[in-house]
Design a protein around this ligand. Structure first.
Ligand code: PFF
Length: 462
């Protein structure tokens, strides 16, 4: 079965696809508003530490597990150990892919809807963010509107996945990622040219340390997992389409680097506009859908900037969503011998339906909250994914690599496919003893302990 498993046509294709998975709504919708609410640069600093010390090592492990086993998360653990417990850890990833996609595709749907509204020129009539917020709420009060765009978004991603690894995932990322980067650069340059742009820049780069508290670490760590697509097997599944000769360390650096640079650039594009118009950066999740449309539309050339921005958001959402659905599809293909078509349609329909309660969270079920948490289905799916399932998946991955598979095996595998690069993941450094001990320390001790502390804090136990 694994003989006719598809593979990426090159390492560069993998890097683009994996960067496509990493760069998503997390970078353009979430990162700016979380940073906005948590002190800008101070948050950015903590977030970078989390990426380097926890995100990057776990990213290496995930891709490596995929490459070494050529399997989906459930199959990967089954290949490496007979202990049934680990199979369930893989299954947790499949469950997480349902949970994430159920709210992700609602936001993806909004992005598609807003791209079309931008095309119609709707935003030029919004005088203030309040009017934009009212428009957003009015649209969302109609369940058919939310479900309709969720459907459109879903059809897009199912269409790409049906076409397979090379013809679907790879082609889409090769076309969409350069486009995404080009659009982002246009928006950054226009943002930097606005009067008062420097206030946006200093918000993003001058830290206000008084804003840092344990909650900041919790958010930063959760977001590091989310933004690098870690903890649910998406990177493992993408890694399973790599060949033995492809360099995992090098690819991981590239993916983490691209993801971080794009989040920062998105922050620049957004905060320069927000500050130059004198608005509040702490607008929360509505930042992108309430505050930006009128501000962008009021700029000279605003029609095109608003259109480009929502196109950017849609592209980012599509290239990530395909990696989320691919986890469940690969599971059915590898474990239950489904054809790609049958697997995609089965999982597509299941996840599509699982998202309906999230769509209803903004209208008919807006009063329905879960288990006394005060969270709607949509908020719960977001909370569960970012704050529970992904960090938990990351915790188990670190434990598995550090104690079950073993650091010796991990490093031996990491050395396979060493491209001899003198830049990132430099091969001399990688062969040195200190690489093994630093990597071992991060995976065996630092990552699991930090994640564990975050859990204790989150549930009020410390
Ligand atoms: N990394 C994506 C983002 O930043 O939007 C979200 C994501 C994709 C999370 C894939 C998890 C995943 F497996």
């Amino acid at each position: 079965m694994s003989n006719n498993r598809e593979q990426w046509s090159s390492k560069a294709s993998f890097i683009l696809a994996a960067a496509g998975s990493a760069v998503g709504l997390g970078n353009i919708w979430k990162f700016p508003y979380i940073a906005g609410e948590n002190g800008g640069a101070a948050f950015l600093f903590i977030y970078l530490i989390c990426i380097i010390l926890v995100g990057l090592p776990i990213l290496n492990i995930e891709i490596l597990l995929g490459r070494a086993t050529q399997k989906n998360p459930v199959g990967a653990f089954k290949t490496l150990t007979d202990k049934p417990f680990w199979k369930y850890v893989g299954a947790l990833g499949v469950f997480a892919s349902f949970t994430i996609l159920s709210f992700y595709s609602i936001v993806g749907g909004w992005s598609v809807a807003y791209t079309l509204e931008a095309l119609k020129g709707t935003f030029s009539s919004f005088g203030t963010p309040q009017i934009a917020a009212d428009f957003f709420n009015l649209k969302n009060s109609n369940p058919m509107w939310v479900i309709g765009y969720h459907t459109a978004f879903f059809l897009l991603i199912v269409g790409i996945i049906l076409s397979g690894v090379r013809q679907g995932l790879e082609k889409a990322s090769k076309f969409l990622m350069p486009l995404l980067f080009g659009i982002l650069m246009i928006l950054v340059v226009q943002g930097l040219m606005l009067p008062g742009a420097d206030r946006g820049i200093s918000f993003l780069f001058n830290p206000d340390w008084s804003k840092i508290n344990p909650q900041t670490f919790l958010l930063a760590l959760g977001h590091a997992f989310f933004t690098l697509s870690l903890g649910m097997g998406a990177m493992m599944t993408y890694g399973s389409y790599l060949s033995e000769k492809d360099d995992v360390v090098n690819a991981s650096y590239m993916v983490a680097f691209l993801d971080t640079v794009i989040a920062i650039l998105a922050g620049v594009a957004i905060f320069t506009v927000v500050f130059s118009s004198g608005y509040d950066p702490t607008a929360g999740p509505g930042l992108v859908f309430h505050v930006l449309p009128p501000l962008l539309a009021q700029l000279s050339g605003g029609y095109i900037f608003a259109l480009l921005f929502f196109l950017l958001l849609t592209i980012a959402a599509v290239t990530s969503a395909i990696s989320i659905l691919e986890v469940s599809v690969a599971y059915l293909v590898d474990e239950l011998n489904y054809s790609r078509k049958k697997a995609t349609l089965t999982m597509g329909i299941l996840v599509y339906c699982a998202a309906i309660p999230c769509a209803l969270s903004f209208n008919v079920w807006s009063d329905v909250t879960l288990l006394g948490t005060g969270l709607t289905f949509f908020d719960m799916a977001d909370f569960l994914a970012s704050n529970v399932l992904l960090p938990l998946g990351g915790f188990f991955l670190a434990i598995f690599a550090g104690y079950v598979w073993g650091i010796d095996e991990v490093v031996r595998n990491l050395l396979i496919g060493d491209s001899g690069s003198v830049y990132f993941g430099n091969s001399i450094l990688r062969k040195s003893l200190s690489f093994k001990s630093i990597f071992g320390f991060l995976i065996r001790y630092l990552s699991p302990i930090l994640i564990f502390l975050v859990f204790l804090y989150q549930f009020g136990w410390i």
